[in-house]
Ligand binder design. Structure first.
Ligand code: FAD
Length: 288
């Protein structure tokens, strides 16, 4: 079984994309059909999202196995701890292992709306770092990744606190990191400087989301807490009404971000293309 972490040691930039499984009450075949198109794009890996509390766990495992087996691309499966007891997490990880999924992105996840205060405050794993520790201890053959935040995680008081917590994550076994999406590269470079100062040496893939329609930006910002620089809001104001122009401008913005990151020696680029291989194809053709 190959460890995705090794890809960061080849001296080449690691290119990856994030995809998501369908909701558990939806058919899985249309998603599989779409993901087949990643075969000839051949990213270094695809990461598969996971609903908080394992709401779509079955489909997530099926999609991850499909990518590995039928698309022929290495896979990183996200796993969230927020709604999981120790026993349930262990079951989830065993299922991953049975399906030869041994690269995992350990995430806390966000509190589901249905979770009571008591449930939230007595959860087995408080943070992603606690879950990473559990996985490292019980699944030593797994490769563990973690998330980091160029705009700072919204719950942290300041950057210093967030970076100190990030260090715990890496110390507990996260051997590489994927960043939350960001639109201002200076935020990413600042995070890298703070990481260096804190002695965090894990490679980081920079998270880039191409904004291909104006509506996407609002949802993205609400969900991720990412700040929007004036250059991007100007773009939306100028092209937002015209779908074709907006798509072109959004992809160009992402390409320019990536070119600048490559010039700064980024370890990896992680595209939040969300089941749109055609967007990944266009961006990779111009950057890879
Ligand atoms: P943590 O690392 O636990 O951090 C959360 C907060 O707690 C931060 O403010 C941090 O500073 C603080 N903290 C961390 N460790 C400690 C500690 N030991 N002691 C005290 N404070 C601490 N969500 C999903 O539901 N499904 C997904 O598939 C998914 N994929 C994602 C992929 C990426 C690349 C990213 C960046 C995010 C993803 N998310 C996903 C969203 C993620 O679950 C949320 O951002 C969540 O709010 C934080 O998760 P985390 O793993 O970073 O949490």
């Amino acid at each position: 079984m190959s460890s995705i972490r090794d890809k960061y040691d080849t001296g080449k930039t690691v290119f990856s994309c994030e995809v998501f499984p369908p909701k558990k009450d939806k058919p899985i075949e249309p998603t599989m059909d779409k993901l087949k198109d990643f075969k000839d794009i051949a990213p270094d890996f695809l990461s598969v999202t996971y609903g908080a509390g394992g709401s779509n766990a079955g489909h997530a495992v099926e999609i991850a196995s499909f990518i590995r087996r039928d698309v022929g691309v290495d896979v990183l499966s996200h796993i969230t701890s927020v709604g999981f007891s120790r026993t349930k997490l262990d079951e989830g990880l065993k299922t991953f292992r049975e399906n030869k999924i041994e690269n995992v992105l350990a995430l806390r996840g966000d509190r589901p709306k249905t979770m009571t205060d008591d449930e939230y405050n007595s959860r087995d794993f408080f943070h992603a770092s606690d879950m990473a520790d559990f996985i490292r201890e019980n699944y030593p053959d797994f490769t563990i990744a973690g998330a980091c935040y160029p705009d700072k995680h919204f719950e942290a008081e300041d950057y210093d606190e967030d970076i100190a917590n990030l260090k715990k994550k890496v110390d507990n076994g996260c051997s590489f990191l994927i960043s939350q999406l960001f639109f201002d590269n200076e935020k990413f470079y600042l995070m890298q400087k703070l990481m260096e100062k804190a002695g965090i040496k894990a490679p980081v893939s920079a998270g880039i989301m191409p904004i291909t329609n104006a509506k996407m930006l609002g949802t993205t910002v609400t969900l991720s807490g990412t700040s929007v620089p004036k250059s991007l809001s100007d773009l939306i104001a100028r092209y937002g009404e015209n779908d074709d122009d907006m798509r072109k401008a959004g992809i160009e913005y992402a390409i320019n971000q990536i070119k600048d990151l490559l010039n700064h020696g980024a370890d990896g680029i992680h595209l939040y293309v969300m089941n749109k291989p055609e967007v990944a194809r266009e961006i990779f053709a111009n950057t890879r």
